[in-house]
Write a protein that binds this ligand. Sequence first.
Ligand SMILES: [Ca+2]
Length: 524
Amino acid sequence: MNIALHDLTSLKRVPGGPRSSFHTRIGGTSGFQPLAVIATVLCVVLFGLPQILAVERPNILLIVSEDNGPEIGCYGEPFVKTPVLDQLAAEGVRFHNAYVPQAGCSQSRAALLTGLYPHQNGQIGLATWKFRMYHQEPPNLVRSLKQSGYRTGIIGKLHVNPEAAFPFDVHEIPKANFNRRKLGDYAKRAEEFISASDRSFFLSVNYPDAHRPFIRQARGLPKYPLSGADVKPLAYFGLDTPQLRQDTADYYNCMSRLDSLIGDLLDVLQRSGKADNTIVVYMGDHGADLLRGKRTSYEGGVRVPLMIRWPDNAASDLVRQELVSTLDLMPTLLEVAGTQPVTGLPGRSLLPLLQAPSPDNAVPAWRRYLFTEYHLHSAHNFFPQRTVRDERYKLIQNLMPGQTNPGYGFTLMRFFSGLPDAIESAPKYIRSSYHRMQTPPEYELYDLHSDPYEFHDLATDTDHLDMLAELQKELAAWRRQTNDPLLDPGNLLKLKVEIDACMTEGAADKSRLTLSYPEYFFAP
Ligand SMILES: [Ca+2]
């Protein structure tokens, strides 16, 4: 049994949840430790110690990368080289169907840290564009862990508004660092934080890869960059041109660099001697900034890699197919820490999924439907959507049907000038999928088994009317249950007017943007 010294003040703040801090290796088979409690009480009674003994709680290392979907070797991506993440998956549990609730940086990160959908916490657009949470002090992962005695640190960007809502003890490299400067500092700062104390820690390390610009090589990484001749474009583009091959190669180069840097971080953890009592979570914040990826509700936007390694408590080399969300991480990590859960969250703990199914460990009844959403990114691409998927089918509801999605033109502009011609000369079903993205109908329905890249809309297919109706019903129920403010058409219109007011000659002007939705979304 691992024993560590905790100071009395930190222990006093531990809420008495259903799993107290007097657990070893919470999860798995370990349970309440009466001997530890008795030993602690005896120490205080007999010796009046200013410090008391407490059982060491697991450390939490949360690794978040930027703008990448599961384009990783262990997820079946054929050309990318990611040996570290492949090894991490082999040593832990890999979630094959993991999602973020919205494909944008601030939106995904605020949701991760609050356990709430963007429409529930208010961070519906980028923090750098003045979008903000409804409340200054929402319950969140950082506050809960800190209050229960954890040291809390973040390395890399936070990118939520207001940042003070997440009172990390330590914040290093606070900028996004898209220029990839001093990449060795991520591991160095982590080493300093991890070795600073024996108290249990929660450390979030946030890397700039694979955000644009897709820098081919930085700090000599990757050592052998791929070129366009080495790869094929991502399958969800549905297009193949030399430029898209080069873009894909450079995206993979970013992924390989990320992989190396995570390797340095895991080495630091190993050298600290704390790896055996540390749960490591790795996730991407949302899909790649590529066609039909980031800023969309397609799989390329919302599906992310998610892996968990936890020695002695999680299985190794286990792949789970359940539908999971990064909203599940807050309940999971609070349970790992033995901290009082926050009630009313939409996510649920992933701990039951960390063990391989066996006669003694039946697969729990898991969620049947998973939901995501979209609002906007900065201020020029407001096009709200809601989605639901089950094991096979996915429904997208466009809340401004028949209108041109401004995000479409923006995404196309980020690529080479010949892209519109490439789309128009593609096979009809590919062409149609791009036209549909540009001017979507109210509903899009996809069969993710036969059509994983969402090229064939089945919403008007007479053979799928029952499925369409079922998912429409589930989506409507979820919107009601989670108090979706955009169920009120007046809210949608008012927000659109506020956003449109900052447009000057087709471009968004941040200085002219005034947002008051936190005041009126839920006004009586
Ligand atoms: Ca991002």
